[in-house]
Design a protein around this ligand. Sequence first.
Ligand code: ADP
Ligand code: MG
Length: 619
Amino acid sequence: MALLQIAEPGQSSAPHEHRIAIGIDLGTTHSLVATVLSGKAKVLGDEQGHVLLPSVVHYSENSAEYGYDAKPFITKDPKNTIVSVKRFMGRSKADIKFQHPYSLMGADNEMPAFETAQGRKTPVEISAEILKQLKDRAEKSLNNPVNGAVITVPAYFDEAQRQATRDAAELAGLNVLRLLNEPTAAAVAYGLDQETNLSTDRNYVIYDLGGGTFDVSILRFSQGVFEVLATGGHTALGGDDLDRLIVKWAKKQLNIETLDDAEFAHFVVSARKAKEALSDAASVEMKVLDTTLTLDRASFEQIIKVALDKTISVCKRVLRDAKLELDDIQNVVLVGGSTRSYAVQKVVQEVFNQEPLCTINPDEVVAIGASITANQLIGNSQDGSLLLDVTPLSLGLETMGGLVERLISRNTAIPVARRQEFTTYQDGQTAMLIHVVQGERDLVEHCRSLGRFVLRGIPPMTAGQARIEVTFQVDADGLLTVSAKETTSGVNAQIDIKPSYGLSESDTERLLLDGFKFAEEDKSLRHLQETKVEAERELEALAQAIKADATLLEQDELDALNLATEQLKTQLQGTDLSAIENAVEHLKKYSDAFAAKRMNQHIDQALKGTKLDDWSNSN
Ligand code: ADP
Ligand code: MG
């Protein structure tokens, strides 16, 4: 992959002036803020010394509580206490299929709003309030206004989710220097971009198991520059699932069939406590209802195996994407609260055959990396190379026959711009519909539609003559802009893809998996569609030719041509590729003869014309 240089706006021109830049990890469960002070990254605590801010907001009629103050209301006033708002970011109401206790307002295809004691609150507004808390915390503890911030997002976040995050940050009054993928930030925290004097390339795996999500990335460090080779993950797999597995185990131990909502919540809290305690002890007591269960490390390993196996298969897939073997990996970095579990560390160690890096607190490592990047971007520090991120899904546009032409493949380093030429399908075509899609499949109907726009004002030309240059540009935040230009006339059209909703969690996963599953099927479907489009184009051209030069044909020739045309049209209704190919061949016999006659006639006319000119010139 080519190395891209990243030039950043907002770099300070006065090198000695220290500007305040913060890094914020806006997490599903917890959020936190860090900054670089005297060259050292530090997380910033609140007045009580808490570093983690639970990502929870409670609304009552006249006030709002945040973080730990809001947590007690999760059970007392669930409708007005918003938790895990990150799962709602950049989603339409119809995309939200997971369970939650809230009443959502708004149309199906719109960003939903929570109905709270303070009225409508959108996910963007609620996230903005969390970010504002962290901004205020930073300004209080640094005694200075914040000049800029880097906000981290999961590598899996699509366009809409990134845009929603950026909107939230701006709403919180933050100057967003960059959205940074969380695993990328972790690599920076460990200074993996500071290694020097290495003659060979080095590859790193970042394994991030948080509360509700799993992310894995492979980074390559080569000649002083980092590249993200591949990313993958599970948007609904994390510590919460481990808790639920423990609950399932506890129910079995106690011979309990069903739990009501309150009991289930109680079991989950006990399970989580036991799980977290087990990270520091070989065996723990888990109190549920009136009994006490004993949970030891060996049983815990068995209980959560099913979840960890899923993370491992994702790791293997990402390794394949990056075209690397286990031996090629020099280091593995652990991120996310769940990697504090001994069982998780053990599995990662076994799979990668090496001890993972976990010296930096896995809850804090992302915010720390974000603060280091923020410090570089604001211009306080010149050292270190900026990391490149990648696109999570392929981006392309619709071509004739409902096919997808991929312009940017998934796992391409960003920022990136790709340009490709397209042309018109019909004679005299003056407009073109550009339909932008995201996904790994070959047919548009299997991909996600991101947006459409029309390029108008193409000068009328013969089919295939216009030169339409389409450019896809993904900026450093992962936001896509698509533009189209007819190059002979200079007509322009463009859209920024900033949809009001994004892919649901399961959709991102499904689009990826489908791409692998259906590769073969897609290839034959694509071939069929291409053959059909080509045949239709020939029929169209033939019809034009008959209209112009039917007189060149004897009646029986014309009849044969028309019959072959009808036969092909009939086959085009179906999906039998070889029947279509045969009908095309059959028609070709007659249409080639017709084309030859037309050619002769044109030559005759041209010759006649020459004589006429000669004659008039000589006069
Ligand atoms: P997110 O990035 O999704 O906000 P975090 O990285 O904060 O999540 O991780 C939260 C998860 O980490 C929770 O499931 C929590 O139970 C788990 N966790 C926190 N501390 C420990 C610990 N000591 N041992 C095991 N799991 C822990
Ligand atoms: Mg996290």
